[in-house]
Design a protein around this ligand. Structure first.
Ligand SMILES: N[C@@H](CCC(=O)N[C@@H](CS)C(=O)NCC(=O)O)C(=O)O
Length: 201
């Protein structure tokens, strides 16, 4: 189905965010809903050489990995009229050009609603040149602890996502996310002792 076919006759489009988009959409939208998509799990398996890292020390950010047993919670944003072109132009630069994500269409289920709506989602696939793939929580935490980029420190990226999940989806267990957060917290005394540039955000 082409994008133009999902922009309904009301000229509205849903965009699903599950990483930095849940706490920093940075585009105009008409309304947003907390909800989930089925068949994907969120993993810190994508590299980032711009926003939260650089070419020498790539950061780790999230992408979606197909998993028929999983669902991923995030935020759906509805954009109308001129907001559609504005948001897509902005996200094309932020997500695709700078972040290496491609777009897919998924069914988004707003919390408490039975009906799904089609939504655009930005996913980094394993054939992506800066895709980093699986690693242990400790390895991922160590990489995050040492990375920062044009938009800020990689620890901020992790902490803001964990905060979102605790605040808006407290009932959701995300072992992958929270095990990395726990590993980062365990590392803090070492990082402070090493006087590494600790992030202030
Ligand atoms: N596509 C995911 C992940 C988006 C994401 O985290 N993209 C990075 C690009 S590598 C980004 O925008 N980072 C901005 C930031 O780190 O503040 C989402 O829907 O939230």
């Amino acid at each position: 189905m082409k994008l133009k076919e999902i922009v309904t006759e009301k000229s509205s489009l849903w965009i699903f965010g599950y990483g930095s988009l849940v706490w920093k959409p940075d585009f105009k939208f008409s309304r947003s809903k907390i909800g989930y998509i089925n068949g994907f799990s969120r993993k810190f398996w994508h590299g980032d050489t711009f926003h939260r890292g650089n070419k020498e020390t790539p950061g780790r950010v999230v992408t979606l990995v197909e998993d028929s047993e999983a669902c991923t919670w995030g935020v759906g944003y509805e954009v109308h009229g001129a907001q559609i072109e504005e948001s897509l132009r902005y996200l094309n630069i932020r997500e695709s050009s700078l972040g290496g994500y491609v777009t897919e269409l998924v069914e988004f289920y707003p919390r408490g609603e039975d009906e799904a709506v089609l939504a655009l989602v930005y996913i980094a696939t394993s054939d992506n040149p800066i895709y980093l793939g699986p690693a242990s929580s400790e390895e991922i935490a160590a990489q995050i602890a040492m990375s920062s980029g044009k938009t800020g420190h990689n620890i901020e990226y992790l902490v803001r996502l964990a905060e979102f999940m605790r605040l808006y989806c407290p009932e959701v267990e995300d072992d992958h996310l929270f095990s990395i957060e726990t590993a980062i917290i365990a590392m803090l005394p070492y990082l402070i002792n090493k006087k590494r540039s600790m992030p202030v955000f």
